[in-house]
Each structure stands twice: as structure tokens, then as C-alpha cells.
Write a new protein. Structure first.
Length: 382
């Protein structure tokens, strides 16, 4: 049996290489428990399989928020692994994994990107249990400095927190996109040659703050800006109406295959992720920012985006960070980029240089450091 077992909701395209790296370095296997039944996950995007040992567990969905996975209990009760790594997801899977790990005296490592606890009634009631998990986890791997600072504010010992910097496959997104492809994208979008494309890639939901981006573009009174949104969700009709009322040129693409996203990034003039905090959500990271940086594009994000405040964006050097829910400051940042070509190139060039150092090796090493922290005896000789 493996010495290390990592339990998480699903295997996405941006996690495969991390898991393969850990598999190369450790005696490890993986359990996936959600089968892609996450409310935020676009079912058109297939889940992945990689070069590592894994099983996907069947479960029972009760409503949209709770998934019961009975087989997880039996696996954990008879599991011979010595270290359990568990993501923060799963109203059933998290407490069950934590409690059984403690009962069986296994080392428990939490993996989390949460940097503000949701304020729904359920989450207020569950917060004491969540704090216990933070306190009694043997180590915690976090997405960035923003999560580390949050945990420290709750009394978690800094020495047991390891920053597993959020990473994507740079080789997939740093490829050169030829001018012919870019011209074809602009033609398909019906963007005029003199127009600048403001791109965002996000679900059409309140927490993504797209309404503030539409308002920001309206405030600029610039007819040469064309907002392109890649994503789907319940707010599509509302956003289209708002853009029409405010005379903002808006194109919404409900779905673009992951392999083609790079073409839209390459075709844009700047990228904006205007996420906002809600009772149920605060952007843990925003991996699309990593993707865009690979194409040397100027980026604007709000301070409700983990990537903006967690160590990736250096304000006014490789991107711009503005206050959330502030269309005026958002418009100022966009104006600064579209009216100053040298500044825009500087931001994009620095973004490209920054992201080159954000690799799966760097991310994976922090998981290994966390395992060493709980006990170096659990590392394999691989």
C-alpha cells in the first residue's frame, strides 16, 4: 500500500502534471471523489487521467452542495498509508477523512486555497469544525501568501504552512500564436481592425464581477473597445442587457475548447479578471491569470482574486490590482493600459518573465516539504 495518499475532488487538466510529478517523487496514490459534480465545473471539459495510480469513487449527490461517498469510509478505515493529503473541498469527504486519519493516528496534511470563510448559515455553523481542522492538521499546503496570512490570523502556526504556488502547464500556453490565427479569431468575433479586445474568461455569475467590467468600459466612453467574455452561466441575459443599455460592445462565447483558449488570449489587447467577494465565494486563485501571463499580455485583477494578492501579481510591474466592486478604479487601470503602449508592453513582458518560474516542480516540492515536516521517514527512495 502507498505511504502517501492524496484525496481530492477530481483530476482536472491543470492538476495532471502536478500529480505526475508527485508520483515520480513519492510512493503515492490518488482518490477522486466528485466525478466532476462541482457546481463551478463546465461538464464539457473532460476530466483527466495521468501516469499515476488512482481510483474514482462513486457517490450520492444530495442537492447541489453535498456528496456522500460511503466507500471512502471503508477505504480510510483499512488504509495502510501513513500520510493523508486532503483538499479543502467536500462537506462529507473532508470531515470524514480528517476524523478517520486522526482516529488511526495518520499524519494529516490539508491542501487549501480558502482565504475567507463563507458567511452562509451553514458555513457559520461549520466554522468551529473548520478551525479545528486547521489547528490539528499536521501541515497545511496553501495556494499563496494570501491563504497563509489568513490562516496565521486564525492562530495557525506559520511553520506548518507551506506555499504550493498555484501552477498551470506553461508549455501549453507560452506557444507562439501566428498572426493568421489571431486575424481569424478577430474575424470570427466580428471585431474591427481598429478595436482593442478586452478579454475575460469566467463563469457568468455574480462572484466574477463582470457587471463592474461592463460599467468600467462604459465610463471610458471609448467606442474602440470590444469586451469578449468566454464563459457561461445564469447571468448571460442580464449582462447582455446591461451592455446594450450602456452601449458597450460585448461578445459572449459560452464555450471554447481548452486547446483553443490560447488563441483568444493571444488575440486580446488586455485581460481583466474583475472577481468580487460574496457570501459563498472568494476567488482562491484564478489560474487563468497564469495562462494569460504566458502570452505577455497586460492584466488587471481585483483584490478579491487570489493571484492578485497571493504572490503572483506585483502591482504596476507585471499587472494591475484594483479594489473589488469599483468600476471607476477598474476603468482607470484599463485606460492606463490602452493609452500607454510602452506601459502595456512593460506589464506584459514582466508577466512573461514572472510566470516562467512558476513550474510544477516548484509547486510539487512544497508538498514534499510538507511531508518531510510531518516525518521524513515517509518519503520513498524514488
Amino acid at each position: 500500500m502507498p505511504k502517501v495518499r492524496l484525496i481530492t475532488n477530481m483530476c482536472t487538466h491543470y492538476r495532471v502534471k502536478l500529480f505526475e510529478y508527485l508520483n515520480e517523487k513519492l510512493d503515492i496514490d490518488f482518490i477522486f471523489f466528485s466525478e466532476g459534480n462541482e457546481t463551478y465545473w463546465n461538464k464539457k471539459i473532460p476530466l483527466q487521467k495521468g501516469n499515476f495510480k488512482s481510483i474514482s469513487l462513486k457517490g450520492i449527490n444530495i442537492g447541489k452542495k453535498l456528496r456522500i461517498v460511503p466507500s471512502l469510509i471503508s477505504i480510510l478505515l483499512f488504509d495502510n498509508s501513513k500520510v493523508i493529503i486532503k483538499c479543502i473541498n467536500g462537506r462529507f469527504a473532508l470531515p470524514v477523512t480528517f476524523l478517520i486519519s486522526k482516529l488511526r493516528k495518520k499524519k494529516f496534511i490539508l491542501w487549501t486555497g480558502m482565504w475567507e470563510h463563507p458567511s452562509t448559515i451553514f458555513h457559520k455553523l461549520s466554522f468551529p469544525l473548520t478551525k479545528l481542522i486547521y489547528k490539528y492538521s499536521d501541515a497545511i499546503v496553501v495556494y499563496g501568501t494570501h491563504v497563509k496570512d489568513y490562516l496565521i490570523s486564525l492562530g495557525v502556526e506559520p511553520e506548518k504552512i507551506f506555499i504550493g504556488w498555484q501552477t498551470i502547464d506553461n508549455n501549453k500556453f507560452n506557444k507562439l500564436v501566428d498572426n493568421e490565427t489571431i486575424s481569424l479569431v478577430r474575424k470570427n468575433l466580428k471585431v474591427d481592425s481598429h478595436e482593442k479586445i478586452v478579454l475575460t474568461i469566467a463563469r457568468l455569475v455574480k462572484e466574477k464581477g463582470i457587471q463592474y467590467l461592463i460599467e468600467a468600459i462604459h465610463q471610458l466612453e471609448n467606442e474602440n473597445l470590444h469586451l469578449v467574455v468566454v464563459g457561461n452561466g445564469p447571468l448571460e441575459r442580464e449582462l447582455l442587457k446591461l451592455s446594450k443599455d450602456l452601449s458597450v460592445k460585448l461578445t459572449i462565447l459560452n464555450y471554447v475548447p481548452n486547446d483553443e483558449i490560447i488563441n483568444y488570449i493571444a488575440a486580446c489587447d488586455l485581460f481583466v479578471l474583475p472577481s468580487v467577494s460574496t457570501k459563498t465565494f472568494k476567488e482562491p486563485w484564478g489560474l487563468v491569470v497564469n495562462e494569460v501571463m504566458n502570452q505577455s499580455k497586460p492584466i488587471v485583477v481585483t483584490d478579491a482574486v487570489g493571484a492578485g494578492v497571493g504572490g503572483l501579481i506585483d502591482n504596476n510591474k507585471n499587472g494591475i490590482v484594483v479594489p473589488e466592486r469599483n468600476s471607476y478604479e477598474l476603468s482607470r487601470a484599463i485606460f492606463k493600459i490602452i493609452t500607454n503602449e510602452n506601459f502595456a508592453k512593460m506589464l506584459g513582458g514582466n508577466a512573461k518573465k514572472t510566470i516562467e518560474g512558476w513550474t510544477y516542480d516548484r509547486m510539487g516540492e512544497q508538498f514534499i516539504e510538507a511531508i518531510k515536516y510531518v516525518s521524513s521517514d515517509y518519503l520513498s527512495s524514488k
